[in-house]
Design a protein around this ligand. Structure first.
Ligand code: FES
Length: 93
């Protein structure tokens, strides 16, 4: 996880990913969608996470940006209340 990340949302989002396609998932929480990198991490220490899946299906994408299995949800979003959204993350590695 990126120490400069902010919580995009306190719930994950189901996103259909296509097998064999390389996606760049936003790790900073500052992109417009919160899901895909759009370059908004510029000026932070965050970089997008490249991911390629083997099966085409919906995946739960982490929007709190603190999952141990980033970019996939591990339930850490439950530690964030609504008023902590768009603020700095609490978990660091
Ligand atoms: S915009 Fe968030 S990692 Fe690029």
């Amino acid at each position: 996880m990126c120490k400069d990340a902010i919580v995009f949302n306190n719930k994950p989002k189901g996103v259909r990913l296509e097998a064999g396609v390389e996606y760049h998932i936003c790790s900073c929480g500052r992109s417009e969608s919160g899901i895909f990198c759009d370059g908004s991490h510029k000026g932070t220490s965050c970089l997008p996470k490249a991911v390629t899946v083997e099966k085409t299906k919906p995946y739960l994408i982490c929007l709190c940006k603190t999952s141990k299995f980033f970019p996939f949800c591990d339930g850490n979003h439950s530690y964030y209340k609504d008023d902590e959204v768009k603020k700095g993350i609490k978990f660091q590695d």
